[in-house]
Design a protein around this ligand. Structure first.
Ligand code: MLC
Ligand code: AMP
Length: 505
């Protein structure tokens, strides 16, 4: 039966012996193994009561088996919900409560800690999978048949649920359909000329759009090979480069590569393409990378809700500080944020996008969904930008209060709420401050209650039990009061100016 996305990613005719994921001795996955081993997992899911449309949530380390699980979910008609491995138990509790998965797969080391969250969300099965591919999931799959009749799924059926933090503090589950993912993968594969000859260094996490759908789906469509690293390590990436053709990364990958003496023309001679996205790439990094390697980094722009929206060209000029042109079938426009009135080319406004890549809405949040779409179907990204005379899109800031640290989004409101809940805190303001490694560093400006003695270390320790480590402030600054405008609103722009040189001075 036809399964829209899976049939495109893994047609039956593939060369079964070819390696898709190279992940070290004994861990490689061939295209044949992708079929047979994902079939076994799909049977295990169905046996656990995963019916079409049911959610399967996972918080697992990166491994080839995690990719098999994603494919198994597609085949079983389930909705795959990957969660950041850094999330704490309170964070997981929210996601499980909102998405109500039938099965939750977590790391065996965290099973005891996370079981109560699963129980209170009435999750039927809590399974485990570790970085080595071991766990109860593997045991459930072991005795199953290596062939599976895929559940029929059409273009509009949901394939994945990805949470993005909300400006109000509550994370929103973006519902992504088979067609959203299939259309984006096909567009990128063509645009970036991926083929069977490609060997892509995969050092990104696989719980976000970038590492999961951009990297894995494009490589699958092209029948390329992935060199799978558990995480980004600059030495390992440089060591793999002579045997690879391409790299996808967040800007921090590139600033770290540029800072390494081993980056040069020789080491990158076999590479054909370096792609950057998820956060702004500094023009300076772009230029230095070119000077050191002869390669112009190709910067593209996207979001969880939309997949990729624009990309610099493969053949034409890849312009620093721009994110290029809309993908085929994707339309973008610049509008006045408050009224939605369209702005003339060159003027700065909110970037809006429409196309087959754009999600269908946020789970359980019809009002929020309506608020973020215009009546004619354009999605308001919340990013501010303009289109230059040569039609390149420039992202120059964000209308939304958001910090992007090393490619991870952190919503200040969520961090402020947790800080404000700490004993002795009167109020706080969280801002992003230019950071040489992470792009922006999460920074908290905190006011104590009268008479309270606050200590940054103790505050951080408290925050780490509640918030994923990447959301925790890199610095906490104690002040007597926060700057406010005449309406009483905290002036974050003043704080950003005051602390602009915090990490660079
Ligand atoms: C890790 N830490 C971070 C962090 N990553 N802190 C702030 N920001 C980050 N991004 C914390 C750890 O918790 C740890 O804290 C300390 O920093 C050192 O951790 P590390 O493990 O050594 O860090 P490292 O592995 O070097 O990670 C940095 C990184 C990684 C940049 C390589 O964060 C990364 O791979 N980022 C990619 C994010 C990504 O995939 N984004 C795509 C989103 S999709 P402690 O306290 O324990 O010492 C999207 C759409 C689109 O945006 O367009 O693509
Ligand atoms: P996420 O919600 O994690 O998908 O993050 C999406 C956000 O990342 C976008 O709304 C942008 O703010 C930002 N982003 C992604 N790619 C780029 C880029 N190339 N330049 C600037 N910002 C980017």
């Amino acid at each position: 039966m036809s399964n829209h996305l899976f049939d495109q990613l893994l047609p039956q005719s593939l060369d079964q012996e070819r390696v898709f994921i190279a992940a070290g001795p004994g861990r490689d996955l061939t295209f044949g193994a992708l079929q047979t081993r994902s079939a076994k997992i799909a049977h295990a899911l169905v046996a656990a009561g995963v019916v079409p449309g049911a959610v399967v949530a996972v918080q697992i380390e990166k491994s080839p088996e995690a990719v098999l699980l994603m494919l198994a979910c597609l085949r079983a008609g389930a909705v795959f919900l990957p969660l950041n491995t850094a999330y704490t138990a309170p964070e997981i509790s929210y996601f499980l409560g909102d998405a109500k998965p039938r099965v939750f797969v977590c790391d065996p080391a965290r099973l005891d800690e996370l079981k109560p969250a699963a129980a209170s969300a009435a999750v039927a099965h809590c399974w485990t999978l570790d970085a080595a591919g071991e766990g109860s999931l593997t045991q459930h799959a072991a005795g199953q048949s290596p062939s599976f009749a895929n559940v029929a799924r059409g273009p509009n059926d949901l394939a994945a649920l990805l949470y993005t933090s909300g400006t109000t503090g509550r994370s929103k589950g973006a519902m992504l359909s088979h067609a959203n993912l299939a259309s984006n993968a096909a567009a990128l594969c063509g645009l970036w000329r991926f083929s069977r000859d490609d060997v892509l260094i995969h050092a990104l996490p696989i719980y976000h759009t970038h590492g999961l759908f951009v990297a894995i789906n494009v490589a699958l469509l092209a029948q390329a090979k992935l060199l799978f690293l558990p995480r980004f390590d600059v030495n390992e990436v440089l060591a793999l480069m002579p045997g690879a053709t391409s790299l996808m990364g967040v800007p921090t990958f590139y600033t770290r590569l540029v800072a390494h003496p081993g980056l040069n023309h020789a080491v990158s001679a076999n590479m054909r393409l370096f792609i950057s996205g998820s956060a702004p790439l500094l023009a300076e990094t772009h230029r230095e990378f070119s000077a050191r390697t002869g390669h112009a980094i190709l910067e593209r722009y996207g979001m969880t809700e939309t997949g990729m929206i624009t990309s610099n060209p493969y053949d034409g000029e890849r312009r620093p500080s721009t994110v290029g042109f809309p993908l085929p079938d994707v339309a973008i426009r610049i509008a006045e944020p408050a009224t939605g009135a369209l702005l003339p080319q060159g003027e700065i406004g909110v970037v809006e996008a429409r196309g087959p890549n754009v999600f269908s809405g946020y789970l359980n949040m019809p009002d929020k969904t309506r608020e973020e779409f215009r009546a004619d179907g354009y999605f308001m990204t919340g990013d501010l930008g303009f289109i230059d005379p040569q039609n390149y899109l420039h992202i120059i800031g964000r209308g939304k209060d958001l910090v992007i640290s090393g490619g991870f989004n952190v919503y200040p409101k969520e961090v402020e709420s947790e800080i404000d809940a700490l004993a002795g805190v009167l109020e706080s303001a969280v801002i992003g401050v230019a950071h040489p490694d992470l792009g922006e560093g999460v920074t908290a400006i905190v006011v104590a209650r009268p008479g309270a003695m606050l200590k940054s270390d103790a505050m951080l320790a408290g925050l780490k039990t509640r918030l994923a480590a990447y959301k925790c402030p890199k610095r906490i600054i104690l002040v007597d009061d926060l700057p406010r405008n005449s309406m009483g609103k905290v002036q974050k722009n003043v704080l950003r100016q005051t602390y602009a040189a915090l990490y660079t001075a």
